[in-house]
Design a protein around this ligand. Structure first.
Ligand SMILES: O=P(O)(O)OC[C@H]1O[C@H](O[C@H]2O[C@H](CO)[C@@H](O)[C@H](O)[C@H]2O)[C@H](O)[C@@H](O)[C@@H]1O
Length: 250
């Protein structure tokens, strides 16, 4: 299957690789800061960008500032915070597409919800608020139900359940809108995006990748153990993903 995925990507007329980070390029860890980045990952991404004529991007739920602790983000375009932030290759400038203040009225209620559940903690990313339930999985469904009720009157807020997280975010940007923005970059015109992801939010990117002539590749199981509805191909592990990227660079 590893070779089949690499072959399917290289069979596209102009493939563009859109890579999720957690669960795809790095293994999921107990906490966001506990991940390990493989030593050869930066070199591999640079080689990929050369092979695909610059059409390689990271599309992540992490903020740009957070991800920049692990990778040189000037080497390729980056859509961070699920598309709420955008930076072009070769640039240190990060565009903020949404206003974090739009979530201000929800912050106290989210904090209060979490207090009742030992081990659960909040990661406030500005335009998204993540409630990490990985330390207390039994609390996940209760928190999801409570926060779903809380945001029900807010059509501008999306609530999602991911791998060990419940996340509220401003709804107007997502990994799909990020891909639409990427294919407008110089050099990306007419490219067929391939979204490689492992979690719920990657499904938006996979849907748009399909619309634009590309496809989605799911890594491992989705958050509830099932497949992401817009994924076409699948690899089982992060390790297999790295092997597939190696095949692409030759
Ligand atoms: O879109 P991604 O790049 O996959 O980012 C999604 C979320 O990643 C981080 O949380 C996930 O990874 C953590 C470290 O492995 C793990 O502890 C957590 O349970 C996962 O959900 C990040 O903390 C979130 O802000 C991102 O939205």
């Amino acid at each position: 299957m590893i070779q089949a995925v690499a072959d399917a990507i290289l069979a596209l007329p102009k493939p563009a690789l859109c890579l999720d980070f957690d669960g795809v390029l790095v293994e999921i860890a107990p906490r966001p800061e506990a991940i390990t980045v493989a030593d050869d990952l930066p070199g591999r991404l640079n080689a990929l960008a050369r092979r695909l004529k610059g059409c390689v991007a990271i599309i992540t739920g992490r903020t740009h500032a957070d991800l920049s602790r692990y990778l040189d983000l000037t080497a390729f375009p980056v859509a961070s915070s699920h598309g709420a932030q955008f930076s072009a290759a070769g640039s240190v400038e990060v565009q903020s597409l949404l206003d974090a203040h739009d979530l201000d009225t929800l912050r106290p209620d989210v904090a209060q919800t979490v207090e009742a559940h030992p081990g659960v903690y909040v990661e406030d990313k500005g335009t998204a608020i993540v409630v990490h339930t990985r330390p207390n999985p039994d609390a996940h469904d209760t928190i999801l139900a409570h926060l779903t009720q809380l945001v029900a009157p807010r059509a501008d807020v999306h609530i999602g359940s991911g791998k060990g997280i419940v996340e509220l975010r401003l709804a107007s940007e997502n990994k799909g809108t990020a891909i639409k923005r990427l294919v407008e970059l110089p050099g990306w015109e007419g490219a067929q995006p391939v979204m490689i992801g492992d979690d719920t939010t990657d499904n938006d990117g996979m849907a748009v990748a399909k619309e634009l002539g590309g496809f989605g590749v799911q890594i491992g199981d989705g958050p509830d153990g099932t497949g992401l509805s817009h994924a076409t191909l699948r690899l089982d592990t992060v390790q297999q993903t790295h092997k597939m990227l190696q095949l692409l660079t030759g």
